[in-house]
Each structure stands twice: as structure tokens, then as C-alpha cells.
Design a protein around this ligand. Structure first.
Ligand code: GLN
Ligand code: ZN
Length: 771
């Protein structure tokens, strides 16, 4: 009998109940008891949903008040001193302080500390290549581990009381240490392993005492390029844990085991989970090398997207496994369902055909269960019906005219090398651009957005609800544009922007205007803490029926004699921040997006816009987890950018923007994008990014951000000047631009204006200094 299990369920709630409860609690509108009761209800509801869907073994420990890595830090007692309660055990207040920071008053925040200084929250970082962010554990050389948080045991008890068969989920010791960051004196994190393992033994003991049979231990780092000492540590760690009670299922996901395959297959644990969605090719090798006593869990339902599984195709693979493994075969989603929305049943306003192609977490559980049933009871009528329905979905997607558009495909097929190349090299283009634009040295500009005020959001909402006519809405936005343009003129900025008031979000705004995208109402996925995103879904070939930004930007240009920069979102970012198709490659989808955006670029140029910025905020995010796959990604990603940017004349200047500072390993590909100007984040790292330019001679113009827009603090001109002088040592002065780190939409007008005054002052002073 194959067993259906799940690696984790989304915790946020189908109606984002957890988000709402957390935010109410933080505001003081919901007490701890109220918050805890929301959590308990959600867990009960989620277990029931999974059980009703047919899952045999349910995860516990996938619930978290903020983040599962943070829960582990508390459990292990990895609580930085600035958050440690003066007396007693950590509380939910401690947890939220670690996640969100705490005010300095030790008595009211429940945190101790030598000074009454605000305790800065732990760092947030992306969870592997997903859009989920975890709180980075802070590890010190003298780190002690001590069981300090009992949430897991309480939840096990809670689930048992409800009569569920549960499998606790733990992050493995090596993955936990890998994700941590060394604080204080430098040391090798691996040295902490021996100290950490007794705690795992203690946890497993306690779970066994609660009647737990199986524990899932997540070690996704086995799908990364692991240094040899970490690989060795796996054997050491699991040899020690072998003695601890409970059967252990070692879970790997987000990629193939590759060079770690033999290692993972032979660790002394009772089962291994592999991701066959990301790495189907590893199936035969794992099957061959798995010791005969072990359970093999096959992740065959994609936990990272929203598409229904091709059950018949998957079943063929599972049948082979079933013959070999019998009882030892488990079936699961590829990874935790944390990364997919909760329940498609709520999408009652979605077009019926489009909806029939989708599966959210609840539906994915049902797919896992059907696959297990198809092995265990193949003649079952319900199973037969489900397989037939799945086949019908595949057939409909394969042939639907709503997905497959000959015109789009023909256009993609006709792309030649010339399409992704500007007419002349940068050196010639920049001459023409300089003489056309007539900008001063160290030109000042911003990244695009100005404050998204409540008034703007209300106007957009009213327009969507039909309470504001199209003419009224247009006028409201025009008035915002007039305000932004007048202010920029007053401040003396050189290259102006229209302010992006009309945009809810830099991806959604464009997605809504492209053919081939669909939008859900409740397709929320947790990004971090209480923050959720609702990615648009690419379902078909993409095209642009009509111009998307030309009216707004043309209006803005008409208000001023200065240069108005047109603002667009690039193809790679559009793709990375959407749910992508699974029936064609990411590369193909990026090409289609690039052609759609290329049309917009060309239309802006035809409307007299002389500078066009194409944001690629997510360019680096797309990097595969394994280095060996980087080249291929970087090649198509930079080509997609060039494809959308290269339809213009030499004299039209193309900008791009990226908001992060680790450039060292991708700088050549960023150069290969061949944007005339790139604006980037640098201020927080004190221009550290410029080190990348030491080794690699970046050829085009650069605007390293001179102030941090993530904070309301207004730095003065001297501070910015210092950064600029530093930049001027590395970047030829004639190629240096002056701008903030990122868009200003999250800031208020007062700070924005004050900071830009300083920025313009700094640029002017630099002009006199270096004249
Ligand atoms: N143009 C966008 C803005 O200014 C860029 C945002 C981003 O890079 N994330 O808001
Ligand atoms: Zn940015």
C-alpha cells in the first residue's frame, strides 16, 4: 500500500486569517489568547482539509507564528542577547521582537539589554529560490543550544487529541546551521554541530514519548552545491542521530541530489524524500541506490506552482516504483505546500475553463491521494474518474486556442540575433545620447515611483469599484503627475519621472494589460510574516494588445521641458514574480514577455520619450540553486532584456534598475544586458558593490544609489557626497549618475522631498569639485 503524505501545508489561511490575526495582535486589538485561538482553529481546519483530501500522514510543525526557521531558533534557544527575556522563558513577544525588532524600553518589550536601544530585528532572507523569506539565525562562537520552546510538542498533542496521524516536521541540523549567520568573532558554523545534535536527540525522545512514529527532517541543502566538509558532516550527524528514537524521513527538495545522491541514499535514516518535479531525472538512480530497508517518498505534485498535475503521466513513474518498493513507496507534493495558495474552491469568479486547469494546496493534496489510490486500488471508480478528468485537462491545455497563439509563436520563432542587439555599440550610442539629452555631469534622477499615498490607493479602489469614472480617475492620476513633475522641477532634478501613481504593483500593473495572464482573488502566498503576495498567473502565450504606459508618460512629458524617463518592468522580473506556465520553458515565456515590452519601448520612443527605464529587480533572484545551471539562465535572461530594449534608435537611452547589492558573481551578465545606464542599490553596503567593478570593467553608465530608501531617515548631502566620491574613484566621472537606491513609493512626501534636496545638493557640489 503506497502511502499519501504531505510535507507541509500553508499556514496563512484561505482567507489570510493568520495575517489578519497577527496584525490585529500587533496593533493591540487582539490579545494573546485570541491570537492563539486563531492559530489553533487554523491548524485544526488545515489538518481536516488534508485528511478529507485523502492524506494519510499529516504534517505538524508546519504552522508558525511568523516563520518556521524562527520557530526552530526559539526551540533551540538561539535567541540573540538583545531579545532574551530578563527572566523566564521566551514568549510570543520574544518571538515577534526577533522577527520585527523591539523598542528600547526593556520593561515594556519584555526584552533585556544593557542599553535602552531598539533591538534590531533579525535579518530576512529568501528561502532557497522561493519568494518566501525566513529569519536568519544568529550564531555565535560560544553558542549554546537548549530546548526553549515547546510549540511543536503542544501541537503534536493538539493534533493527537483530534485523532490525527501526525508526522512532525523538523528542519535538519545541517540545513539549520547552513541558514544561520555567524555573529561576533568569525568561526566555522559547522563546529556547532556536535553541540546541536543532543538537542535533536532530546526532541526526538520527547516526540517518541508522545507516540510519534515518523519524523520528517528537512535537509534541502542536499540539493545545493555543498562543500565537502558539509557533506562529511551529514554522515557524522546522522550516524549520531541514528540512535535517537522515531523513524526518520529525510526530505530534500527544490532540486536534484546529483553529487549528494549516494550520500543521501545511504544515510542511516528510515526514508528519503526526493523532488521529482524539479529533478525527474534522478528517479532511476535513486531507485537503484536506495537500500532495501528504506521508504522512498516521491514528490510528484508540484508544490511551487498552481497547475494541476498530469496524473496519468506521473502514474507511469509511480507504477515502476510501486513494483520495486510496494509498502515502502510514499507519495507527496515535491516540497511543502507553503509556496502555493490554499484552496481553489474559493475562486468562484474565475472563468470555468481557466479554473479547471488549476490546483491549489487542497487540490494538490487530493492529487497526491488519488495517485496513492491509483496504485492501491486501481479499479476504484473514483480513481478512474479522477484520472480521466486529469487527462481531459491535459488535452484541453494542449490544444486550447486561449493558450496557444500562432501569431505570438510565429513572432518568437522569427527572432534573430539582430533583434537583441542595439544598432551601435555603447561608445557610439552614448555620444548621440549625450548630445541629444544635454544633461549636466553627474545627472540626478530617481528610480521611478513617488509616494503611494492613501489618496492614490483610494482613488484606484474607487475606480475599480466603479465609484469613480474613467475620466475622474484619469484626472486624479494627472493631478498626481502634475504634483510630482512640479516638485522635481523645483528640486532641480535632471531626469524626471511621472511617479507611477497609477501602479498598484510593478508586475501586476503590466500583467493586467497583457493577454495571457489570469488573476485569482484568493491566491495568496506567504512572503514573510504576515505579508502575502498574490502573483498573477501566466496561462497562455503572451502579447500586448495596446500601449500600456504611453498616455501617462506622454502626459508627464507634456508638462515639462526636461527629460521625462519612461518606466517599464522587464521580462525577467515579470516572469519571476508571476506563477509561470509549466508547459513551456521559462526562457520561452521570457521571450514572449520581452516582445510585448519591446512594443511598449518602441511606442514610448515614437511618442518622443528619450529615456526608457526597464526595471529588472528580480534578475538575480532567477539564478538556479546549482552553479552549473547559472550560465544557461544568465544567457537567456540577459538576452530577454536586450530583446525588449533593442528596438530603439541609438539616441534613445535605455536604463535598467536592480535593487540588491550582490553583483560580484553576475556582473558580466549584467554588462551583457547592455543597458546604457544601470541604477543599483549600494548605500546600505557603503558602496561595497563597487568592489565588483574592481575586477570587472563595467563599460556603461552607472548610478549607484546614494541613499537608503528603506528607512525614513533623511541623510544629509555630506553623507551622500562621501559615497559619491568613493564611487568616483572606481567609475569614470562622466559615467556616474546620482540617484536613490530604489523607488520611493513606500516613503512619505516630506522625507522624499527633504532627501532629494540633499541629493541634488550633493550632485551640484560634486560637479564643482570635479569640474
Ligand atoms: N520603478 C520601480 C519603483 O521605483 C522600481 C521598483 C523596484 O525596483 N523594486 O518603484
Ligand atoms: Zn529597486
Amino acid at each position: 500500500m503506497a502511502l499519501a503524505h504531505n510535507l507541509g501545508f500553508p499556514r496563512i489561511g484561505g482567507d489570510r486569517e493568520l495575517k489578519k490575526a497577527l496584525e490585529a495582535h500587533w496593533k493591540g486589538d487582539l490579545d494573546v489568547a485570541g491570537l492563539r485561538s486563531v492559530g489553533r482553529d487554523l491548524r485544526a481546519q488545515h489538518w481536516q482539509l488534508q485528511k478529507d483530501a485523502g492524506i494519510d500522514l499529516l504534517p505538524v510543525g508546519d504552522f508558525a507564528w511568523y516563520d518556521q526557521v524562527l520557530t526552530h531558533s526559539l526551540m533551540f534557544g538561539v535567541i540573540p542577547n538583545r531579545f532574551r527575556p530578563a527572566a523566564g522563558a521566551p514568549t510570543l513577544d520574544t518571538l515577534f521582537a526577533m522577527a520585527r525588532g523591539a523598542v528600547g524600553n526593556s520593561s515594556s518589550s519584555g526584552c533585556c539589554g544593557a542599553h535602552a536601544q531598539p533591538a534590531v530585528a533579525q535579518e530576512l532572507t529568501k528561502w532557497f529560490d522561493s519568494n518566501y523569506h525566513y529569519l536568519v539565525p544568529e550564531l555565535t562562537a560560544d553558542q549554546q543550544f537548549q530546548l526553549s520552546w515547546t510549540q511543536l510538542f503542544e501541537e503534536v498533542e493538539e493534533g493527537h487529541a483530534l485523532g490525527h496521524r501526525l508526522k512532525p516536521v523538523l528542519i535538519g541540523p545541517l540545513t539549520y546551521l547552513w541558514l544561520g549567520k555567524v555573529k561576533g568573532a568569525a568561526f566555522d558554523k559547522l563546529e556547532l554541530l556536535e553541540r546541536l545534535l543532543p538537542l535533536y536527540e532530546q526532541i526526538l525522545q520527547r516526540l517518541a514519548g508522545q507516540g510519534v512514529e515518523w519524523v520528517q527532517i528537512d535537509e534541502p541543502i542536499l540539493a545545493l552545491d555543498l562543500p565537502q566538509d558539509w557533506k562529511n558532516a551529514f554522515e557524522r550527524a546522522y550516524n549520531i542521530l541514528q540512535r535517537a528514537p522515531c523513524k526518520k524521513l529525510l526530505a530534500t527538495y527544490f532540486g536534484g541530489l546529483e553529487d549528494c545522491l549516494g550520500l543521501a541514499a545511504n544515510l542511516p535514516v528510515d526514508g528519503l524524500h526526493i523532488d521529482l518535479v524539479r529533478a525527474p531525472q534522478q528517479f532511476p538512480a535513486v531507485l537503484d541506490r536506495l537500500p532495501a530497508y528504506k521508504v522512498l517518498s516521491l514528490g510528484v505534485v508540484n508544490g511551487r506552482n498552481i497547475w494541476r498535475t498530469d496524473l496519468v503521466r506521473v502514474l507511469e513513474v509511480l507504477q515502476q516504483a510501486d513494483e520495486r518498493l510496494g509498502e515502502r513507496l510514499w507519495i507527496a507534493p515535491s516540497c511543502s505546500l507553503l509556496h502555493s495558495p490554499v484552496d481553489l474552491a474559493r475562486e468562484d469568479q474565475l472563468d470555468a475553463e481557466l479554473r479547471s486547469w488549476l490546483a491549489f494546496a487542497v487540490q494538490k493534496c487530493a492529487e497526491v491521494a488519488v495517485l496513492a489510490a491509483a496504485l492501491n486500488d486501481p479499479q476504484n471508480a473514483e480513481v478512474q474518474a479522477a484520472l480521466a478528468a486529469s487527462q481531459a485537462v491535459q488535452a484541453s491545455r494542449a490544444s486550447s486556442a486561449r493558450i496557444h497563439k500562432p501569431a505570438v509563436q510565429a513572432r518568437v520563432a522569427s527572432i534573430s540575433a539582430a533583434h537583441s542587439q542595439r544598432l551601435s555599440p555603447f561608445a557610439l550610442r552614448i555620444e548621440q545620447q549625450r548630445s541629444r539629452l544635454q544633461l549636466p555631469a553627474f545627472p540626478t534622477t530617481t528610480i521611478g515611483s513617488f509616494p503611494q499615498t492613501t489618496a492614490i490607493r483610494l482613488a484606484r479602489q474607487a475606480f475599480k469599484q466603479g465609484k469613480l469614472s474613467s475620466a475622474e480617475y484619469t484626472e486624479a492620476m494627472h493631478s498626481e503627475i502634475r504634483h510630482a513633475v512640479a516638485l522635481q522641477e523645483k528640486l532641480g532634478l535632471d531626469v524626471l519621472v511621472h511617479g507611477e501613481a497609477e501602479r498598484n504593483d510593478m508586475v501586476e500593473y503590466f500583467a493586467e494589460q497583457l493577454d495571457g495572464y489570469l488573476f485569482t482573488r484568493f491566491g495568496w502566498v506567504q512572503s514573510y510574516g504576515s505579508r502575502c503576495v498574490k502573483p498573477a498567473v501566466i496561462y497562455g502565450d503572451l502579447s500586448r494588445p495596446q500601449p500600456m504606459t504611453v498616455d501617462w508618460i506622454g502626459y508627464a512629458q507634456g508638462l515639462t521641458g526636461k527629460v521625462m524617463k519612461g518606466m517599464l518592468t522587464g521580462p525577467v522580473t515579470m516572469l519571476m514574480w508571476s506563477f509561470a506556465r509549466d508547459d513551456i520553458s521559462r526562457e520561452q515565456q521570457a521571450r514572449q514577455l520581452a516582445l510585448a515590452i519591446r512594443d511598449e519601448v518602441n511606442d514610448l520612443e515614437a511618442a518622443g520619450i528619450r529615456i526608457i527605464q526597464i526595471d529588472e529587480a528580480a534578475f538575480r533572484e532567477g539564478l538556479p540553486l546549482r552553479r552549473a545551471q547559472w550560465r544557461e539562465y544568465l544567457d537567456w535572461a540577459s538576452e530577454a532584456f536586450r530583446l525588449c530594449a533593442s528596438g530603439v534608435q541609438d539616441a534613445t537611452q535605455i536604463h535598467t534598475h536592480m535593487c540588491y547589492s550582490e553583483f560580484n558573481d553576475v556582473i558580466e551578465s549584467i554588462a551583457a544586458m547592455d543597458a546604457d545606464v544601470i541604477t543599483i542599490e549600494t548605500s546600505r553596503s557603503d558602496m561595497e558593490l563597487l568592489d565588483a567593478f574592481e575586477a570587472f570593467d563595467y563599460p556603461n553608465d552607472i548610478g549607484p544609489g546614494v541613499y537608503d530608501i528603506h528607512s525614513p531617515r533623511v541623510p544629509d548631502a555630506q553623507e551622500m557626497l562621501k559615497l559619491l566620491r568613493k564611487a568616483a574613484q572606481r567609475i569614470a566621472p562622466e559615467r556616474l549618475w546620482v540617484n536613490p537606491d530604489c523607488g520611493l513609493k513606500t516613503r512619505g512626501w516630506a522625507e522624499t522631498e527633504a532627501a532629494l534636496v540633499q541629493m541634488v545638493t550633493a550632485a551640484r557640489q560634486l560637479r564643482t569639485e570635479l569640474a
